[in-house]
Design a protein around this ligand. Structure first.
Ligand SMILES: NC(=O)c1ccc[n+]([C@@H]2O[C@H](COP(=O)([O-])OP(=O)(O)OC[C@H]3O[C@@H](n4cnc5c(N)ncnc54)[C@H](OP(=O)(O)O)[C@@H]3O)[C@@H](O)[C@H]2O)c1
Length: 246
């Protein structure tokens, strides 16, 4: 389905990004597995993909740094000739109640989640515009749709990604480029491992399906959006959340 396509997945050393990278590779894409510090884990993702007959390479970059981001994308375009699919997945949380949240923690989350996504889009859009094709998939969150106590920075960053997705979709639509967001609900990863048991129980009450999602639920949605089957879908936010946002 994605044979010959070059895909970049940011934050693919763990969790949802890892699953997205594996699923895109399974469909035939050659995947650049980005990470910031987990070199060994990123290499393991690459080895797993290769063992299954796929193609992948691990590339370190702090996507929240505009200078590093510029070099990262320029080097990939130079080495691989193009980028067909960009999945802006890397993200962090620094939760606290607003009154206790430091300005630094607010800005760090905005810088990584929102500005990092913007930098990626900016670096690939010229090349995608020239070749009149491309897929950009941004990983938002149901928290960006609904808000959440203790996550003002994260909710703002993810709501920002939704606005960014729609604006970019409008700008690039006439050149055959689609831009969509996937908004995961509560998915089992390192990020949600950090949530306390009491918070977990409370969250479960908000999930109509009464269970957490798996990383593959997000990955399969991304594969669909990256595929030709989704060629007429742009500017959308697809919530994959067991019914949390409806
Ligand atoms: N898990 C959920 O329930 C859930 C729900 C809604 C949305 N999401 C979103 O889904 C995405 C993935 O979440 P996850 O749960 O899989 O997270 P995770 O397990 O914590 O993994 C985060 C990934 O992002 C990478 N990363 C963090 N900062 C980076 C930076 N500045 N530059 C490059 N890579 C960076 C990490 O790399 P290292 O391994 O090198 O640190 C890691 O690969 C995030 O955008 C998150 O907000 C998750």
């Amino acid at each position: 389905m994605l044979n010959g396509k070059i895909a970049v997945v940011t934050g693919a050393s763990r969790g949802i990004g890892r699953s997205i990278a594996a699923s895109l590779a399974r469909e035939g894409a050659e995947v650049i597995v980005n990470y910031i510090s987990s070199e060994q884990k990123a290499n393991e993702v690459v080895q797993t993909i290769k063992a299954a007959g796929g193609k992948a390479a691990a590339v370190q970059c702090n996507i929240s740094d505009p200078v590093q981001s510029k070099d990262f994308y320029a080097n990939i375009i130079k080495d691989y000739g193009t980028i067909d699919i960009l999945v802006n997945n890397a993200g962090i949380t620094k939760d606290n109640l607003i009154m206790k949240m430091t300005e630094e923690d607010f800005m760090d989350v905005i810088q990584t989640n929102l500005a990092g996504t913007f930098y990626g889009i900016k670096q690939v859009s010229r090349m995608m515009l020239k070749k009149r094709s491309g897929r950009i998939i941004n990983i938002a969150s149901v928290v960006g749709v609904l808000g959440n106590i203790g996550q003002a920075n994260y909710a703002a960053s993810k709501a920002g990604i939704i606005g960014l997705t729609k604006a970019t979709a409008k700008e690039l639509a006439s050149r055959g480029i689609t831009v969509n967001a996937v908004a995961p609900g509560f998915i089992e990863t390192d990020m949600t491992d950090a949530v306390s048991e009491s918070m977990r129980e409370k969250l479960m009450e908000d999930i109509p399906m009464r269970k957490l999602g798996g990383t593959e639920d997000i990955a399969e949605t991304v594969v669909f959006l990256a595929s030709d089957k989704a060629k007429y879908i742009t500017g959308q936010v697809i919530c994959v959340d067991g019914g949390m946002a409806m």
